[in-house]
Every structure is written in structure tokens, then in C-alpha cells.
Design a protein around this ligand. Sequence first.
Ligand code: ZN
Length: 460
Amino acid sequence: MRRLLFACLLLGSAHAFAFDRLQVEGYTLPNGLQLLLKPGTERGHVAIRLVVGVGLDDFGCDDKELPHLLEHLLFSGIDGGSEGDLEDRMQALGGEWNAYTSNADTTFVIEAPARNQRKVLDLLLAIITRTELSEANIAAAKQVVEREDGGHYSHLQRLLDRQDLGHTASNQLAVELGLKCAERAEVGHLTRAQLEDLRKNWYAPNNMTLIIVGDLDKLLPAYLERTFGQLDPVEPTDHPELPQIQQAAASHRELIHGWVGNSAKLHWLFPEPVLDDQYDETYDLLKDYLDWALYRELRLKHGLSYGPWSEREVLGGVGFLSINADLERENLADAEQLLQDLKAQLLKNGLDPAVFARLQHAAIARQAWAVQGNSALADYYWSASGDYNNGHFSDPVKRIKSVSLDQANQAMHQVFKQPGYWRIEKPLLSYDALGWIGAGVLGLIAIVLIGVRVYRKRIA
Ligand SMILES: [Zn+2]
């Protein structure tokens, strides 16, 4: 009760203070449900995120789609009603909802008018606890998931995936290094018992975070104790270890994407060596630096690529930093050489201190306007929930500021002293090659026709 009183006081007084997005009222209910409540600046609206700590990474290659399938199933209807009836109820409350299954979590996303926030939360709780996992509902949800994944997994697609031809560059590399499953997971064989188990073992309050941002109802803390607070906790299941690099991969590979065309995409991927301090901020700044350097070199100086870019991505349990460019395929060799030169020059001279300082300032300045409004704030808390401690999210500005030029240079050296992996995506044939093949075929037909004529004349 003291906790409840404390929460009420905070909700009541929050508007008296200057708005600090990093300060959030958070507490854990006795059943383990983590709550993050933040009065927002926009009136009349609430953004709700229910984050369930189960994602694709928690299942092996064959059963990977299990959490995604359950996510869809939970919208099939409650109390004997259909999917459509459920949607009617949300519409009547003036809200909108959706859900997403990622590698790490399954999240239910709701935007709703503030006056109906408790009714909307009732509905959310109902779909999680009262949806009946009937065979008919499961069959319908399987169809939807299969369609989302790009339709039925054909024999040809499976063959292409096994040859690595159907994957994008980073996915292909991840499969080659043993970081990802080679084939797309299917849903056909998943059973009702597996889905029930998933709901029982993972959809538990001690594996959930409920984030509510906006025009918060004064009765919300009491309401939450009475409703979500009554869910039964479970014995937590450990998340499986994420795969690390298991085997070597080719340093250079060409991947066929499409049949005919003159364009190509060049990717150069590097595993990110683990850093002790400011891991993400250091590599984010390095990524900003590379974006700028690529833009200068490839677009402005040499006009080889309109929008070259660098990217950070996590594959399995390994972070990757990549350099990428869309090109004409005839410029591939030139671009590769330019990028090799850029890397050599960075290793020799280090990062330009003035440019680094400018990009660091820009990254800090961006923090002032990067998160606007209730919904963006709720999404921010969702993505940063690991940084929450004792009423506060850690300050990204401080973390960015604390990255020194020296630190960034060390990270750059560690990344670029590796050879990296080149992956080139291009169509099977260029238009020129197609033209030559076309001419060749016509020539062949002409030769055959002439031959036939000569032969007939001789016989006659
Ligand atoms: Zn889906």
C-alpha cells in the first residue's frame, strides 16, 4: 500500500516539475510485473507497450515461428467471439493496437484515448489470458504467418536458401558463420500443446514489462494492482545462449539477386570486437564517421554511389559494422579499391579529430529532439529498458560525451585490422550480357536456317 501511495503522489506531482524524459516512475508488483508509468506532455492520449520477454531467439531453428504464431493467435477473439468482434471492441474504445515479435521480445503496442485507458488495458489482459487456442484459430493464424513470411515455402526457395542464393548479404554471412538458421522456419508442424506451453511458461507477469506514457489516470496504480497484479508468476525459464561465430566464412562472395540488371550492391562486413566501456555509443559514433566518409568519397568525390551507407546489425550473438554502396556493376572493382584505400588511410592516420568532434556534437544535439510525444517516448522506454535503474533511465548524452577520440580510434583499429567479409549482390546477367546472349541465339538460329536451306538445295 505504501508503494501505491508513493506512485499516486508521484503521478499527481509530476507536472509540477520540468519535463525530464529520463525520470520515470517504475516499480515491480508482488507478482513480478515491472511497471513504467510516465505522465506525458500530450493530453487526452496514452501510449501502452506490453513487452513480453520471449522472442524468436528463444527457440531452435524448427520452432522459431512459435512466438510469432502465438502473437497472431492472441488476436483471434475472446469469449466465443471472432477476430472481427475483438476488433469491434477496440474500435468502440477509440483505440488502435498491433503486436510485434522480434528476436528478443514480443510486444503489444496500443494507442488509445486517455479516458478509456483502463478499458483498453482490460481488453489487453483479456486477449492474453482468455484467448482460446482452438485448432480452427491455430489453422487460421498459421495461414497469416505463412503469408507474412512471403507465402508458401516452395522447394525452389528452399533449394536457393541452401545454396545461399535467396538470402540478403548479411543473412547469408550469418548462415555461413553459423549465426543464423539456414532455412526459413515453417509453421505447419507447430502444435497446440507447444503454444499452450509457450503461453504458460513465458506469458507470465515476472517476464513482462508494462509501459504506459501519456495522460495517466489517477486510479491507474490501484487498477493495475487489482488486474495485472493478479496474474500468477511462473518459475522463470532461462534464455538460451545466443550463437557465436562457429566456422570460417569466405572472404569474398557474389550473391545472385534477380535475373537481369546493371546495378549491384557492395557490402563489406566486420564483426565488432567487444569493448569494455560505451560499447554502443563508440560504435554508433564510428558508424556516423563512416557514413560521412563514404558520402565524401563515393558520392561527392567519385560519383560512384548515390547513397552509400554504413550499418550496425546484430546477427545471432555478434554485432557487425558494415560499409555498403549501391553501384553500377561495371564500377564494382573501382569501388572496392576506393574502400580498401579508405580503410588503409584510416588505419594510418586515424579519425580526423575535427570531424569526430563535430559528429559527436551532432549526436548529442540530436538527443534534444529525437524523442517527441507520448508514443515515441513509450517506444524509447521499450528499446532502452535495459538501461533503467531505480527511477531513472541512464542519460544517453552523458554516455555519448564520455566517448573520447582515443577510444573511438582504438575501436576503429580493432574493427579494421580484420580483413572483413565482402558480399556482392547482383543480378545473374547484365543488360549487355543479355544482349550478347540474345545476339548469339539469333546468330545460331540464322546459321541453322542457312544450313537447312543449303542442305535442301543439295538434295534437290
Ligand atoms: Zn506477424
